[in-house]
Write a protein that binds this ligand. Sequence first.
Ligand code: ZN
Length: 440
Amino acid sequence: MKTLRTALLVLAAAMPAVLAAQSHNPHKPVTHKTASDRPAAVHASAIVIDTHADTTQRMLDENYDLTQPLNGGYLNFASAKEGNLGAEFFSIWVEPTLYKGEYARRTLELIDAVRRQAAKHPDKMMMAYSPEDIERAHREHKLAALMGIEGGHSIEDSLGLLRDYYRLGVRYMTLTWSNSNDWADSSGDINDPKVKHTEDGLTDFGKDVVYEMNRLGMMVDISHVADKTFYRAVITSRAPVFASHSSARALTDAPRNMTDDMLRAVARSGGPNSKGGVVMVNFYSAFISDTWRKAWAAQAPERNAAEEKQIGEWKAEGKTVTYAMTDDLDRQWAAKIPRPPLSMLIDHIDHVAKVAGIDHVGLGSDFDGIPSSPEGMDSAADLPKITAALMARGYSAEDCRKILGGNFLRFFREVQATAKQLQRESPERPEIGKEQTFHK
Ligand SMILES: [Zn+2]
């Protein structure tokens, strides 16, 4: 990087006239002329939206309250305020092994945990169900709390449950988590021959799920799905789709990340009149740094053995093993690997902006769901560093506001408008697959 920069500086010194003539370089470092153009002011003027945080587990399992100090976490009211975070999507994630046989119960308890937190702190936080709600919360200086289900197994193969979750306020669902379900495949186990997979990414029932999400106005989230499920979802969905927390595979070769072709497919999703979907970049070290990802993978045999031993001991002692406990073990192992620099996260945002387009990129931190994040990104309070780094790379104030939340709001509006249109066309859901009739 340094050598490249030196070469560019030499070039710049040699050709000032040429460079002056080519002033329309969107990524040329800018000089900040007015106070309102400064990164801190730009960040403060934006509606900042993060589409994925796993703080919900802390709230439910540890009775964590957002008024408390971070205590190892990434998100509380103080850090949200300092980072001007306007809206957070709290993840409704049901660990598929720990909660086998009670997915719906755990889903409902997680939803309740988020709603209780909002009820407890009406002066600091409000539940939000629409783009308008997010804007209202912003005007009232409150954190807008939204919910997204992570993993289609939560609906237990029931469109009725899907609708119930929507009624309770859930506004997106990743079709899978790291586990494939009966109707969609996951990137987490797609190469595992022991797991049953679909023929073409989604079963007929899976297509019905996508359609019913479109009709309800629940955003179709393709983070975590297998590649073939991704493409099947894109061509099935009437509304544009999005990735709530995924980064770029061209830079970091993780199956959870998206190829350039997929980035472009998200940008073009939703049909001919659509403005397209968005890719919300994940902050996890293993998704933004190939070096970190490889070190984590190399550590896996030793780590897994040690963690299994510890979990076995806890169980023998009669303890209930929670996500917080296993997450803590992961963090201890992750801490042995040097964190990637913040610039690598910015590289991913920059890559998605260049490949998918500036209107198709945003932030999906995965706060409280990741054992490691880049240097300097220790909590929501550090979000303004992203704006500063983007502006240093030549991104305009308007570009930054798009990335920080504007793009997502536009996408969310279109999903809701598509739903209204579909509801007018078919107040009763038409049966587009036969499988649902005989399902279960
Ligand atoms: Zn996830």
